[in-house]
Design a protein around this ligand. Sequence first.
Ligand code: ATP
Length: 309
Amino acid sequence: VFQLSVPLNFLGSVYREIRQSLMDMETLFNLQKVNVAIKDAPDAKHLKFAKGGEITFENVTFGYHADRQILKNLSFTIPAGKKIAIVGPSGCGKSTILKLLFRFYDPQEGRILIDGQDIKGVTLESLRKAIGVVPQDTPLFNDTIEHNIKYGDMSASPERVLEAAKKAHIHDTISKFSEGYNTMVGERGMMISGGEKQRLAVSRLILKDPPLLFFDEATSALDTHTEQALMQNINSILKEKARTSVFVAHRLRTIYDSDKIIVLKEGKTAESGTHRDLVDTGGVYSELWSNQETMFSDDEREVEIDDVN
Ligand code: ATP
């Protein structure tokens, strides 16, 4: 019996290992939303950052289906090292812009350039390595918190993991878990909140330290105070390293200090400029801003009352 149970146990653990890696592959697959139709061109080159990460959309038209265009002849430039925000009503194509930059899809017309190179002509590997993203919903691997952060850079030392977690305002939370950084998360680990997941994703990104950083509603699950503190840290990292960043956000408080704000409407740029420019223009953005300002003041009043209690 003993002799038999050993190999069975062994097989059981091998099976668990295999299941685990399959789950991880699935997560990775979802994360990268692999589109098999997109392949390297035969003469694809390694993406180079000669200008420091300038992004250009040149007359881009795109739809997921032929009969419905999401982006219509869209053109804009994001200068290297600048913070840009894309705002607009739900479904107007903000996340689609990020997906095109990852080359999960190719535009039907027009070109997307990074430092002058059409992304259709660069290797997918070099393109995706150069981009770090905090997506709307961050997939977690069935592994420890430490591993989940290290996914940004597998060679990172525990000290760098800790530093990244501190900058992402998640270190204190992790420290309170009974097993700290060794706590298992993911589908079969501890359940963590949406806001904790977002901050884990930010620490992963800080560790990866890519030339291009995208934030898709990256702080939407956080309370106003944590969001502001995290945004301050993110902004100082972006400034210090002069990284090009693109923020998709509904809460304008997180992006009003961007170098440029692009307001999308029906697949086109409705207006663009700095916060000041757009407020002065008195258009769509200005209206959104004044509505949200009233909302935020109400939020803050509530928080203050809670603090007193
Ligand atoms: P939100 O603010 O709600 O996140 P968004 O501006 O980021 O919206 P997108 O996610 O870019 O909008 O979606 C733009 C449009 O494309 C929507 O109508 C959406 O339903 C559609 N869409 C998004 N992904 C796909 C897909 N994989 N296949 C078909 N249609 C899609």
